[in-house]
Design a protein around this ligand. Structure first.
Ligand code: ADP
Length: 562
C-alpha cells in the first residue's frame, strides 16, 4: 500500500512538474518575446529621436556605444543598399530592399517583423523606422527559439523534478505513515477504544459489530463442540472423522483406545494421516472405499476383541467424499454369543445323533430278526436307555434355552433352600443308594427370593454330579445351607473323583466334560453345570468351585438373603 501511495505520488508529481514547467516556459517565453519586442521598439524610438534631434547619422554611427551595442543597428538606403551595420561590413551584405520590415517602414514610417532561423534555433526581432533623410534604420535583437529555450532550461527542470520527487517521496512517506500507522496499531479486540482519524470510525464500528457477531457465533460453536465432545467422549463406540486426505480431524477416546498403541497420545495424531496412527490393511481398505463415496464395512480382531468397523462417506450427493466418519463397535460379546450358539447347535446335533444312531441300529437289527432272542431284552434296554438319554438331553436343552431367554418363567417367591435341599436329597436317595454314596443335608433354614423349580434343578444337578462322579466305596455328598450376614450360602460337597485344575475354567461350558466316557456311562448330557451357572445368574448368585482331583469337589453358591 505504502509503495502504491509513494509510486502514485511520484507519478503525480512528475506529471505536475512537467506540465507546470512546460506551461511556465511557454508563458515566460511569450512574455520574454513581448519584452524583447517592446524593448526593441523603445530603444529604437529613443535612438531615432536622439538622431533626429541632435546627432548626424555619421556622428551617430561613429559613436562607440552604438558600435558596441548588443542591438544590431543597420541603416538601409531607400533602394535597399545597406549603408551601415554595427555588427557587419555593409559592403558584404546583400540588398535589404525585399525585407518585409524595410518595405513596410518605407511605406508606413515604421514596421516590426520577427523571423525564426530553424537551423540556429534563433528568433530575430526587427524594428525599422524611416529616418528624416529617407533612409531606414533597422534595429534587430535575437533571442533563442522556444524549443531551444526549453532545451537550455532542461537541466534546471530536471533538477527541479529530482528535488520535487524527493520532497514528494518524503511527503508521501509521511502521509502513508499517517494513514497506515494508526491502522497497523488498531486494537481490533476493542475497535471503539482506538483513538484514530475520523475516516476510520465507520470501519471500526463495522468491525465492532462483526466482532460481536463472531463472539456470539464462537460461543454457540464452543457450546456445540462441548456437547459433541461430552457425547462422543462418553461413547463406548469409537468415533473418528477423517478429511479428504485421510487425515484425522477428530477421534474420541474410545477410538483411540481401540485402534491406538499403548503409550500413544491422542492429541499427537490430530491432523496427521490415518496411517501414522493405525496401519491395519482392512481399516485402510474400508477408508479408501469410504473416500470413494461408498460405505466401507469390515471386522477387526484386536487383542481377542472383535470390532465391527463402519466407514461412511461425508459427501454431497454425487460428489466424491469430503471425508469419512468411522464408527468402531465392540461386538466381542455378540461374536462370542454367535460363536457359542453355532458351537451349541453343532454340539446338540452331535449329541442327538449319537443316541439316535444307536437306537436306529438296534431297532433295525430287531426289525430284521437279526438278534438272538436271548439278547432281545438287552437290545430293548439299550434302546430304552438311549431314548431316555435323548429325552433328558432335550429336557436339558429346553431348560437351558428358557434360562437363556432370561425372562421370568414363574413369579419369584420366598424359597427355603434348606427345605429344597432335603427334597432334592429325597429324590436322589435311590441313585445314591445304588451308588453306595451317603447323602446328607446339614445347616439351617435359609430363605432366598427365587424360582423354586429352577433352584431345585440347580441343587439336583450339583448333587447328581456329586453322586455320579464319586468313588466306589465310602462316597459322601453333603448339602449345607447357612445364613451369613445378608447372604445365604449353600455348599454341595463330595469326596469323589474331583476335577483337575486345568478344567476348572471350562467346566461350566455347555457339553464340556472332563471324561466323556464316564459322563456318558452315567447318563450325563454335559449340560448340568451349564444349567447350574444360568440358574445362579438368574438369581444373581455367585458360584465358586473348589475341587482337587481324587479328593473331592465343593461348589459354593452365594445368594443375597431375602
Ligand atoms: P454331565 O452331564 O456330563 O455330568 P455336567 O455339566 O453336569 O455334565 O458336568 C460337566 C463335567 O464336569 C462332567 O462331565 C464331569 O466330568 C465334571 N464334573 C461335574 N461335577 C463333578 C463332580 N462333583 N466331581 C467330579 N467331576 C465333576
Amino acid at each position: 500500500m505504502k509503495q502504491t501511495i509513494l509510486g502514485r505520488m511520484v507519478v503525480l508529481t512528475l506529471i505536475a512538474v512537467v506540465i507546470s514547467s512546460v506551461v511556465s516556459v511557454v508563458v515566460v517565453y511569450g512574455l520574454h518575446l513581448d519584452n524583447i519586442g517592446a524593448e526593441l521598439i523603445e530603444d529604437g524610438d529613443f535612438i531615432v529621436d536622439l538622431l533626429n534631434e541632435t546627432y548626424t547619422l555619421e556622428g551617430f554611427v561613429a559613436s562607440e556605444a552604438i558600435q558596441n551595442s548588443s542591438t544590431r543597428i543597420t541603416v538601409v538606403a531607400p533602394d535597399g543598399i545597406v549603408i551601415y551595420d554595427n555588427q557587419a561590413n555593409p559592403a558584404t551584405m546583400e540588398n535589404h530592399g525585399n525585407r518585409a520590415e524595410i518595405i513596410a517602414a518605407l511605406e508606413q514610417g515604421e514596421a516590426q517583423s520577427r523571423r525564426l532561423s530553424n537551423t540556429l534555433g534563433i528568433h530575430t526581432f526587427y524594428y525599422a523606422v524611416l529616418l528624416e533623410d529617407g533612409n531606414v534604420m533597422r534595429f534587430a535583437k535575437e533571442t533563442d527559439s522556444f524549443l531551444f529555450t526549453l532545451y537550455r532550461m532542461l537541466s534546471m527542470i530536471l533538477m527541479i523534478i529530482v528535488g520535487v520527487i524527493l520532497i514528494a517521496l518524503w511527503l508521501g512517506d509521511k502521509m502513508a505513515n499517517a494513514i497506515i500507522t494508526p491502522i497497523n496499531n488498531l486494537d481490533l479486540d476493542d475497535p471503539l477504544g482506538n483513538d484514530v482519524y475520523e475516516e476510520l470510525a465507520p470501519l471500526l464500528t463495522k468491525i465492532n459489530r462483526q466482532n460481536k457477531a463472531i463472539k456470539t457465533q464462537m460461543l454457540a460453536l464452543e457450546k456445540q463442540k462441548e456437547r459433541f465432545e461430552t457425547i462422543t467422549t462418553n461413547m463406548s463406540e469409537g468415533l473418528m472423522l477423517l478429511d479428504h486426505y485421510a487425515r484425522i480431524v477428530y477421534m474420541n477416546s474410545s477410538a483411540f483406545q481401540i485402534l491406538g498403541e499403548p503409550g500413544d497420545v491422542l492429541s499427537a495424531f490430530i491432523g496427521k494421516g490415518l496411517l501414522t496412527f493405525n496401519r491395519d490393511l482392512k481399516l485402510r481398505q474400508a477408508v479408501e472405499k469410504g473416500l470413494k463415496g461408498n460405505i466401507g464395512e469390515t471386522m477387526l480382531t484386536i487383542d481377542e476383541n472383535h470390532y465391527e468397523l463402519l466407514v461412511s462417506p461425508v459427501s454431497d450427493e454425487g460428489e466424491s467424499a469430503h471425508g469419512v466418519i468411522i464408527i468402531v463397535v465392540n461386538v466381542t460379546q455378540r461374536y462370542e454369543v454367535e460363536k457359542m450358539r453355532k458351537e451349541f447347535s453343532a454340539n446338540v446335533s452331535h449329541e442327538l445323533r449319537t443316541p439316535l444312531t444307536a437306537i436306529s441300529t438296534y431297532a433295525e437289527l430287531l426289525k430284521n430278526n437279526m438278534v438272538d432272542p436271548k439278547d432281545v431284552t438287552d437290545f430293548s434296554t439299550r434302546i430304552f436307555e438311549e431314548a431316555r438319554r435323548m429325552s433328558s438331553l432335550v429336557d436339558d436343552i429346553l431348560k437351558l434355552s428358557r434360562l437363556d431367554e432370561k425372562v421370568e418363567i414363574n413369579p419369584k417367591e420366598d424359597v427355603n433352600l434348606h427345605v429344597l435341599a432335603k427334597d432334592v436329597a429325597q429324590s436322589l436317595r435311590p441313585l445314591a443308594e445304588m451308588r453306595k454314596v451317603s447323602l446328607e443335608v446339614t445347616g439351617e433354614p435359609a430363605t432366598v427370593f427365587g424360582d423354586a423349580g429352577i433352584l431345585f434343578e440347580m441343587i439336583y444337578n450339583l448333587c447328581d454330579n456329586g453322586i455320579k462322579y464319586n468313588r466306589q466305596v465310602g462316597g459322601k455328598v453333603a448339602i449345607d445351607t447357612k445364613k451369613a450376614g445378608d447372604k445365604v450360602i449353600m455348599q454341595i460337597v463330595d469326596n469323589g473323583i474331583g476335577i483337575p485344575k486345568d478344567h476348572h475354567d471350562r467346566i461350566f461350558e455347555r457339553f464340556y466334560r472332563v471324561d466323556k466316557s464316564h459322563s456318558r456311562k452315567t447318563g450325563g448330557t454335559g449340560l448340568g453345570l451349564s444349567i447350574v451357572k444360568h440358574a445362579a445368574a438368574y438369581h444373581n448368585a455367585v458360584i465358586r468351585l473348589e475341587s482337587t482331583e481324587s479328593v473331592g469337589t465343593k461348589v459354593i453358591i452365594e445368594f443375597q438373603s431375602k
